[in-house]
Design a protein around this ligand. Structure first.
Ligand code: B12
Length: 164
């Protein structure tokens, strides 16, 4: 069957690029509306989204990153376990030669104590995240952060990063 009409997923004129973004939650997190919101936000910014859905096991996220080799990985989590699940999965991504250079960002409600502390953010960055969005962050910052992060990794964009 031929698709006669399909939505234009290319980047709008003037946007930085049309990046491929792997969107995931953490293994324990079943919330989905945050994913729907981010999926639409990223598509409206001109990016292509691969959405893994809720409760993504670490091994599936790592395997999906190996398979799709996205320009970036965005993790959304609101159930309060993000600081633990997120740290674990980003370490797993950093251990694999094929996935270690992919920019990874996390945001939502990262703990169970309301606004994320500086210490919580520091630990997530130390575990391997390139960017951490605290609850007070404006989600509209995400497309801008993607645009800022990726030009600093030209080899990755060209698909010739070590180990790929
Ligand atoms: C609906 C809901 C559920 C539904 C989810 C249904 C579904 N299909 O998604 C159900 C009933 C299943 C559910 C279950 C649970 N929930 Co619930 N849930 C909610 C609720 C009421 C709304 C969430 C929602 O859909 N919001 C709409 C979306 C669009 O907004 P959002 O999720 O806030 O995301 C925004 C921002 O966080 C931000 N953002 C999110 N991710 C990212 C990532 C990046 C990179 C960036 C930039 C921004 C960003 O952008 C989004 C848009 O502004 C919230 C309370 C609330 N009012 O927020 C609790 C809430 C998230 N749930 C909570 C809890 C505790 C649970 C349970 C553990 C309860 C239980 N004891 O079983 C389980 C979790 C199970 C699990 N395994 O994860 C807590 C989390 C506590 C915490 N973090 O400290 C909350 C905050 C309620 C509360 N006040 O206690 N929940």
């Amino acid at each position: 069957m031929t698709m006669l009409s399909c939505p234009d997923r290319t980047a709008p004129a003037g946007s930085t690029s049309g990046l491929s973004v792997l969107l995931s939650t953490t293994s324990s997190d079943s919330h989905t509306w945050n994913m729907v919101f981010l999926h639409l936000l990223l598509e409206e910014a001109g990016h292509r989204v691969i959405n893994l859905g809720p409760c993504v096991p670490d091994a599936l996220l790592v395997e999906s990153a190996r398979r799709y080799r996205p320009d970036a990985i965005v993790i959304t989590t609101v159930n309060g376990h993000g600081r633990i699940d997120g740290s674990r999965v980003v370490r797993a991504l950093r251990e694999q030669p094929v996935t270690r250079g992919i920019p990874v960002m996390i945001g939502g409600q990262l703990g169970i104590d309301g606004p994320s502390s500086d210490e919580q953010v520091r630990r997530l960055l130390e575990a391997g995240f390139d960017a951490v969005f605290v609850p007070a962050a404006d989600p509209d910052e995400l497309p801008a952060a993607l645009a800022r992060l990726l030009p600093s990794r030209p080899a990755l964009k060209a698909g010739v990063h070590d180990g790929r």
